[in-house]
Ligand binder design. Structure first.
Ligand SMILES: CC(C)(COP(=O)(O)OP(=O)(O)OC[C@H]1O[C@@H](n2cnc3c(N)ncnc32)[C@H](O)[C@@H]1OP(=O)(O)O)[C@@H](O)C(=O)NCCC(=O)NCCS
Length: 200
C-alpha cells in the first residue's frame, strides 16, 4: 500500500467509496450519490485551494494504482468555517473501502494527513463524526485526537436523529505562522504553504 496525492485518475475509485458511504452508512450525512466527473471537479477544487486529497492505493500487481479497484481509501481536509479567523483550522475526513476496513489503512491515511497538515502550518484539525461511529472515534483517539464536543440530534439519516461528535488535534502551539499573522493582515484562506503535488 502507498499513500499518494490524488490525481484525476483516482476519481473513479474515490467515487465508489464515497457512494457506498452515502448509500449504506451514517459516516457521511449526504443522501445523493455522485459520479466520477463530480469527484474529479472536487479533487481539482481542493487542490486549487491548497488542500490535499490523499489516496491509499494498492500497487501490489505493479499497476498504476489508478484503477477504480486500486483505491483502498482516501483522506482530505478543507476549511473548518468560512471566516478569516478560522484559517489555521481544518475539518478533515477519511474513508476506507468497504470490506478492507480494520487493516490499518485508515491509520496510515490519517497519519499522512496529519503530517501534511503540520507541514502546511495548520494549527488544529477537527473531525465531525457520527457519535455512534466507533471505528472512526477509535481511529482518531489512536492518533491523539480528543473529543471536545458533542451536539445532540443535529443530523438525520435513515429516519434517525444523529449526534455529532467533534474530535480535535492541536498540531503546534500557535501554528507555524502563529496567530499574530492574522493580526498583521495575512490574506484570508488557509494556504499557509502551497501543497506540492508530485508529477503524474
Ligand atoms: C473509520 C475508518 C476510516 C477506519 O479505518 P480502518 O482502516 O478501518 O481503521 P484501522 O484498521 O486503521 O484501525 C484504526 C483503529 O480503529 C479501530 N477500529 C476500526 N474499525 C473499527 C470498528 N468498526 N469498531 C471499533 N474499532 C474499530 C481499530 O481496531 C484500530 O484501533 P486499535 O489500533 O486500537 O486496534 C474506516 O473504518 C471507514 O472508512 N469507515 C467508514 C467511513 C467512516 O466512518 N469514515 C469516518 C468519517 S470521519
Amino acid at each position: 500500500m502507498q499513500i499518494l496525492d490524488a490525481t484525476a485518475a483516482h476519481a473513479p475509485g474515490i467515487t465508489v467509496i464515497y457512494n457506498h458511504a452515502v448509500q449504506h452508512t451514517t459516516a457521511i450525512w449526504n443522501e445523493r450519490t455522485v459520479d466520477a466527473c463530480d469527484r474529479r471537479a472536487w479533487i481539482a477544487d481542493r487542490h486549487d485551494h491548497g488542500f490535499p486529497v490523499l489516496v491509499a492505493v494498492d500497487r501490489a500487481d505493479g499497476g498504476t494504482g489508478e484503477g477504480a479497484d486500486d483505491v483502498l481509501g482516501y483522506a482530505t481536509y478543507g476549511p473548518w468555517r468560512p471566516h478569516d479567523g478560522y484559517r489555521h483550522t481544518v475539518e478533515h475526513s477519511v474513508y476506507v473501502r468497504e470490506g478492507l476496513q480494520g487493516r490499518g489503512t485508515g491509520t496510515a491515511l490519517l497519519g499522512a494527513l496529519v503530517d501534511r497538515a503540520r507541514a502546511q502550518g495548520i494549527h488544529v484539525m477537527i473531525a465531525g463524526v457520527d457519535a455512534s461511529n466507533e471505528g472512526s472515534v477509535r481511529l482518531h483517539e489512536r492518533l491523539g485526537f480528543e473529543q471536545t464536543g458533542l451536539l445532540r440530534e443535529v443530523g438525520t439519516k435513515f429516519g434517525d436523529w444523529l449526534d455529532l461528535a467533534f474530535l480535535q488535534l492541536i498540531l503546534e502551539p500557535g501554528g507555524a505562522a502563529g496567530p499574530s499573522a492574522a493580526i498583521q493582515g495575512e490574506s484570508s484562506g488557509i494556504r499557509t504553504a502551497p501543497v506540492t503535488l508530485p508529477r503524474a
